[in-house]
Design a protein around this ligand. Structure first.
Ligand code: NAD
Ligand code: UDP
Length: 315
């Protein structure tokens, strides 16, 4: 018999959260989407609003929440540097107070709880690629610290609730993910480059474009997140989820120009402070413990994302 679970998704109106809500509703679950719409939007979940097993709650996770649920996916937190640096104190509060509130809810309801952690916990890494055993190289007082240290503290809280209260926890360290429903003005590199290309504007490379990232398509990531939640209780993480294919930011720009067929020029702007020089996930744990690996490679994923942004530009 199919078991209909009551599932809470915080940050459910954002980029990843909206895909996750759609996936879970599609699986027949009862989904409560909680969001304060700081970076997320109702447009991302318009198709879900009329569904009887989907419920939208406007709420800020830095305040307590009382609902009865079986599982919690905690995704609430701005993820783009321009957004998380806009109000850095609120960013730390969202990660830390948000984690405390959601962990308290999980404890009261005996729910299993997933945390969307990040590759940023590795900072500007001195070990490459990054395995989960690496403790990272993070500036505690820089402009990215509100996000990096907030997420690191959230991981600490998850593992203390696990040790102290036997909570069932699932911590994923998510690496750069892209796809439809990213906000066009989100400021992250994939959305920036595609929007610039589609509008025929210059493509802004920060630094000399030699820094690297490894880009995961959203459908692969959602499969990984749900696979982690459904794994045995002995699998707590932290587990890296991302695509290990690594590219320089310049290569990404050139690929976007090729695929959009635009005539944009590359322009160089200063590299933001503490911008990591390289990033690539070691995903052997996800492969071994979850049987998970990404399947969609950059060109295919970019084509789907370009099609989404083209439809926005055409509106
Ligand atoms: P996003 O900005 O699109 O989504 C975040 C959502 O959280 C938004 O809908 C926003 O309105 C909501 N939110 C923010 N503060 C809140 C608060 N105090 N209360 C309630 N809702 C709040 O970003 P995303 O890319 O979908 O990221 C989702 C999660 O995944 C974040 O926790 C992020 O740190 C993590 N993550 C994402 C990536 C990535 O590449 N997309 C990589 C690593 C980690
Ligand atoms: N970047 C860039 N041009 C842009 C936006 C970002 O060159 O218009 C660079 C940025 O400096 C970083 C990389 O692309 O080196 C990824 O940036 P993003 O903000 O997407 O994510 P993060 O730095 O958190 O990985």
């Amino acid at each position: 018999m199919h078991l209909r679970k009551r599932i809470l998704v915080t940050g459910g109106a954002g980029f990843l959260g909206s895909h996750l809500c759609r996936f879970l509703v599609g699986q027949g679950h009862d989904v409560i989407c909680v969001d304060n719409f700081f970076t997320g939007t109702k447009d991302n979940i318009l198709d879900l609003l009329s569904k009887p097993h989907f419920e939208l709650v406007r709420h800020d996770v830095t305040f307590p929440l009382y609902v009865e649920v079986d599982e919690i996916y905690n995704l609430a937190c701005p993820a783009s540097p321009i957004h998380y640096q806009h109000d850095p104190v609120q960013t730390t509060k969202t990660s830390v107070h948000g984690a405390i509130n959601m962990l308290g809810l999980a404890k009261r309801t005996n729910a299993k709880i997933f945390q969307a952690s990040t590759s940023e916990v590795y900072g500007d890494p001195k070990v490459h690629p990054q395995p989960e055993s690496y403790w990272g190289h993070v500036n505690p007082v820089g402009e990215r610290s509100c996000y990096d240290e907030g997420k690191r503290c959230a991981e600490t809280l998850f593992f203390d609730y696990y040790r102290q209260h036997n909570l069932r926890i699932k911590v994923a360290r998510i690496f750069n993910t892209y796809g439809p429903n990213m906000h066009p003005n989100d400021g992250r590199v994939v959305s920036n480059f595609i929007m610039q290309a589609l509008r025929g504007e210059d493509i802004t490379l920060y630094g000399d474009g030699s820094q690297t990232r490894s880009f995961c398509y959203v459908d692969d990531l959602i499969r990984g997140i749900v696979g982690l939640m459904e794994s045995g209780d002995d699998v707590t993480g932290p587990v890296n989820l991302g695509n290990p294919n690594e590219f320089t930011i310049r290569q990404l720009a050139e690929k976007v120009i090729e695929l959009t067929g635009c005539g944009s020029e590359l322009v160089f702007q200063p590299l933001p402070s503490d911008d990591p020089l390289q990033r690539q996930p070691d995903i052997s744990q996800a492969q071994q413990r979850l049987g998970w690996a990404p399947e969609i490679q950059l060109e295919e994923g970019l084509q789907k994302t370009i099609a989404y942004f083209s439809s926005l530009v055409a509106e």
